[in-house]
Ligand binder design. Structure first.
Ligand SMILES: O=C(O)CCC(=O)C(=O)O
Length: 344
């Protein structure tokens, strides 16, 4: 296994913007213990596990709170089998409020030295255990190509304790100073992996409920494999100064979850809804060049029978607005599925 050092703990500097910025500049990340109240996270964990259980994701032989996965239900984003259950989890109102918790917004305001925006769009992840017929682990990538806009920072938060076995995030410390690295179609976020040697030194470690990891949009990061028997649940949200430009798609709900009205339709309280509308944000279009390059690569791979392109084709069908590309992706998936080789 590659060498993996422990995270440097920045908890004691939570009120010291200068030191937090220095550590972000030097290490590419900061790791803060207990930023979110443990009970807030454990409450979200119970709510999401209930939904996961109703969707058949948990092994019924164990109590729900153990979060033991039903391996037969293993699936991943963006498969429809996954999206069907994921939509119910992503809409959870307590989950949405956690990313705008006062401790979080204060921390980012301290880092930026000015008020912070939490992007309305964020990701909630459910990673099934690695086993013989299923292996999904987020590959190494940078967020900039997926998020766009001015420099922004991710906060990764496991929903519950996350041991090394359960597959927490790892950071390539020192990797953020090399701009946007070349990518290829792969298993990373958005179906893209880094195609060149990764600069920096890998760091990771176990998390307790409430601990958070923060890193910039050019920091290379990846997940460790989930070798436990539980589903690893986490969320990752993005933050930037309110004053700077944000790429437009970050103001919409996660792709495939409906409109904000639909997302909020079953909430018991209005708290935390539409908060960004009062902030006079400056938006810019999303820079599609990296996705266009990925899509062309995936078309070529699919035409050559390479099934690694399948998830990218699914993403085009679900998320692209170009009817011709959608049609091409659908025909390629159809012939891939007719050829009968099992999906990765
Ligand atoms: O949780 C994961 O597996 C990946 C998270 C990630 O890539 C991110 O936070 O940007």
């Amino acid at each position: 296994m590659e060498t993996m050092s422990a995270f440097e703990d920045s908890t004691e500097f939570v009120n010291n913007g200068t030191e937090l910025r220095r550590r972000l500049d030097e290490n590419s990340y900061i790791f803060i213990r207990g930023l979110l109240p443990k009970n807030t996270i454990l409450n979200i964990r119970s709510r999401l596990l209930e939904k996961a259980s109703s969707g058949g994701w948990l092994n019924p032989s164990y109590p729900i709170e153990k979060g033991v996965a039903n391996l037969a239900a293993s699936c991943k984003d963006p498969e429809e089998q996954y999206m069907k259950i994921f939509r119910t989890l992503w809409k959870d109102e307590e989950l949405h409020r956690a990313r705008i918790h006062e401790n979080v917004l204060e921390l980012f305001a301290t880092i930026f030295g000015e008020p912070a925006l939490a992007h309305p769009m964020f990701v909630q992840r459910n990673i099934f255990p690695q086993h013989e017929t299923f292996d999904f682990t987020t590959g190494a990538h940078q967020d900039k190509v997926h998020i766009g806009g001015s420099t922004n920072y991710a906060m990764w938060v496991p929903i519950g304790d996350c041991s090394i076995d359960k597959g927490p995030l790892a950071i390539a410390s020192g990797s953020h100073l090399n701009g946007i690295l070349d990518t290829r179609v792969g298993t990373g976020a958005g179906g893209m992996d880094i195609a060149v040697e990764i600069p920096g030194t890998w760091v990771s470690g176990p998390f307790e409920a409430g601990d958070v990891l923060i890193f910039s949009d050019t920091t290379v990061h990846k997940a460790l494999p989930n070798k436990s028997d539980e589903i690893r649940q986490s969320f990752d949200a993005r933050y930037q100064p309110v004053r700077t430009t944000v790429a437009e798609p970050n103001l919409h709900p996660y792709s495939g979850t409906g409109t904000w009205q639909e997302v909020y339709s079953e909430w018991e309280s209005n708290a935390g809804q539409y908060y960004w509308e009062k902030l006079n944000l400056k938006t810019v279009p999303f820079d599609k060049q990296y996705y266009e390059a990925r899509d062309q690569m995936a078309f070529e791979m699919a035409e050559n029978g390479d099934r690694l392109s399948r998830d990218t084709l699914l993403r085009i069908i679900q998320r692209d607005k170009d009817a011709e590309k959608i049609h091409r992706a659908q025909s390629l998936i159809n012939s891939m599925d007719r050829s009968g080789t099992p999906n990765l």
